[in-house]
Ligand binder design. Sequence first.
Ligand SMILES: [Zn+2]
Length: 279
Amino acid sequence: MEKDLSSSFRKAAEAIKDARTMIITAGAGMGVDSGLPDYRGEKGFWRSYPMYMPLGINYYDAANPVHFGSDPAFGWGFYSHRIDLYRETKPHQGFRLLQEWIDRYRMDYFVVTSNVDGQFQKAGFPEDRLYEVHGSIHYLQCTIPCSSDIWENNEHAPVDLSTMRAQEVLRCPRCGAVSRPNVLMFGDFSWIAERSQEQQKNYRLFLKKCHYPMVVVEMGAGTAISTIRNMSETLGRNHDAVVIRINPRDYHISQPHVSVPCSALEGLQGIQEELQKYG
Ligand SMILES: [Zn+2]
């Protein structure tokens, strides 16, 4: 394993130093090294949210938009808790390494993520270089919705951790109905996708104008929801990009792409060590 990793790091470093464009693609595993919970499997979810276990509620149940209609304080409980968590989280050092490479090799870049946690913005990546395919938890919309408005969430709704109920329900400033985070939930038919679509437009324009060769650095993108993996692979096919897949479990990808079987931070640090050898 040790030997495998060092040759992966070396191949990844070679692709990065020669690239003129870097596309960063990230899934849930990207946040684990910052200390964010891993929702994988019921056990993973209940380890982070033990209060849901006696209620028999798993991640899919908790992250369902139905609660905002039937029991808003309960719906807001889960999301407000996560908003607080993401607000408090400090992005790990891997984000800084990516920025360092972009500067050092003068690369064009764009970030595509299925994460709704806002950690790339927090790490200093500009809004116009981001495509959040499932939206952002830091933005809200109306549950009805009475309009297609999406607004930044500057409020705080405290949560009673023993019941996971919010002590306050945030509301739509336009009509007074319950509001909700502007993220794509499970079985969600009322998500307003406009903000995300605007980002997608920027991303497509970027792809039309970017320079080659291209490298894709994919981190923590699982197979359960394969949106991000598919996007990386499409870039590999259509843009002749080398895809570097960093993932401790689902790391398989065939050559000429590079499989890096470890966590996001460990992978980025290993690649950094190789890059430093080039001076
Ligand atoms: Zn409304």
